[in-house]
Design a protein around this ligand. Structure first.
Ligand code: NAP
Length: 343
């Protein structure tokens, strides 16, 4: 199929293709790449007008119709992905599209594998097929969930994988096939083993945003209680805009490699709750319940990442503190409620 692109290939602007452009990371990465002068192409499962609305809702004034073009695609549709890569001829591609919710992956394991495993194969195979016409540098959105239940912390790039849920298993395939194509075909691909990263743009189905949204609503008298699954868990939580900067830095290196992106700090979920509810003058112990029906069949262990390699080679370090992150998310939800934009 012949697809046309809006920014001509003769333009000086470097071209970046982002799958999952409407997601949390896709929206921040779009802003970063526009600032750096790229023409940005994105894929979404939604039809282009709906994808445009979703993206503009997050990036607001950064929207630039002359430098952004959206394509509709299912990630596992290898020919469609190839057609898009062939039309765009990107210099860089950021493969972020995924069914990224761990809990949902237990309910929809086949959809998760289609999007995450087959989807990554579709993209990396397109990058391989187009290489003679256009060498493409690829970022693959890997995850700390690969470590599952590690024996050591903090984890490094050498820590063995032990995926504990269908999401992590699908991402383990994506990691392995990326290394395979790098070694077998010389594809330039970097796996970013990113630990949890959050922001006011996090989808409300994720526990952090569920908490900050509930704190805002409870304080405003719009909700009485919050039901969570396990509360005795914790994570290494960072700030999403900093994590998309790490993605870009990886693709500027002369050789492709895999990097952990993390804060090397582990915080219990109860600390997240403490900070979030204190921000609105409440105590979470008065209004949060732990419901066994919301618990996952298996939980991960202590995921805490050593980002020294990213620091030493990419010059990347996290800057936003855990408290600043939580408070920023709560403040954004309070403000949304004030404006009547609760989602
Ligand atoms: P996200 O907000 O869930 O965005 C992913 C996007 O992928 C969605 O907005 C969706 O956009 C698209 N998508 C395509 N097929 C899908 C399917 N079958 N089910 C659900 N969504 C599908 O994720 P993110 O937080 O931006 O993360 C970006 C990438 O980094 C993902 O690959 C994620 O697994 C990985 N990662 C994230 C974190 C984190 O803490 N955020 C940590 C480690 C790794 P459309 O609906 O427009 O198609």
């Amino acid at each position: 199929m012949n697809l046309s692109v809006s920014t001509p290939h003769s333009s000086d602007a470097p071209r970046a293709l982002i799958t999952g452009i409407t997601g949390q990371d896709g929206t921040y990465l779009t802003e970063l790449l526009l600032e750096k002068g790229y023409a940005v192409y994105g894929t979404s499962r939604r039809e282009p007008h709906a994808a445009e609305r979703a993206l503009r809702r997050q990036i607001g004034d950064a929207w630039d119709a002359g430098r952004i073009q959206l394509f509709q695609a299912e990630l596992a549709d290898a020919e469609r992905i190839f057609d898009i890569v062939q039309a765009v001829l990107p210099h860089e591609t950021y493969h972020l599209g995924a069914q990224s919710h761990v809990g949902l992956s237990f309910e929809s394991p086949f959809e998760t594998v289609d999007a995450n495993a087959r989807g990554t194969l579709a993209m990396i195979d397109a990058v391989r097929r187009i290489a003679e016409i256009q060498p493409v540098r690829m970022y693959q959105a890997s995850t700390s969930e690969l470590f599952g239940k590690p024996d050591v912390w903090p984890q490094t790039e050498k820590t063995p994988f032990h995926p504990r849920n269908p999401y992590a298993c699908s991402k383990a395939y994506a990691f392995d096939v990326s290394v395979c194509y790098r070694e077998a075909y010389g594809v330039y691909v970097c796996n970013g083993i990113q630990y949890n990263h959050e922001s006011p743009r996090r989808d409300p189905r994720y526990v952090t945003r569920k908490i900050t949204q509930a704190a805002a609503r409870i304080a405003a008298g719009r909700q009485e209680r919050l039901e969570l699954g396990r509360i005795d868990v914790g994570r290494d939580w960072g700030y999403a805009p900093e994590y998309v900067d790490a993605m870009w830095r990886m693709l500027q290196q002369p050789e492709p490699d895999d990097y952990i992106v993390a804060t090397n700090e582990w915080h219990p979920l109860t600390e997240f709750l403490d900070i979030a509810f204190a921000r609105v003058g409440r105590n979470w112990r008065d209004c949060v319940d732990s419901d066994p029906r919301l618990m996952r069949p298996s939980e991960t262990g202590r995921l805490q990442g050593d980002y020294s390699k990213a620091r030493d080679r990419l010059g990347w370090s996290p800057r936003t503190t855990f408290t600043e992150l939580v408070e920023q998310m709560v403040d954004a939800d309070v403000e949304r409620l004030r404006r009547g934009e609760d989602d």
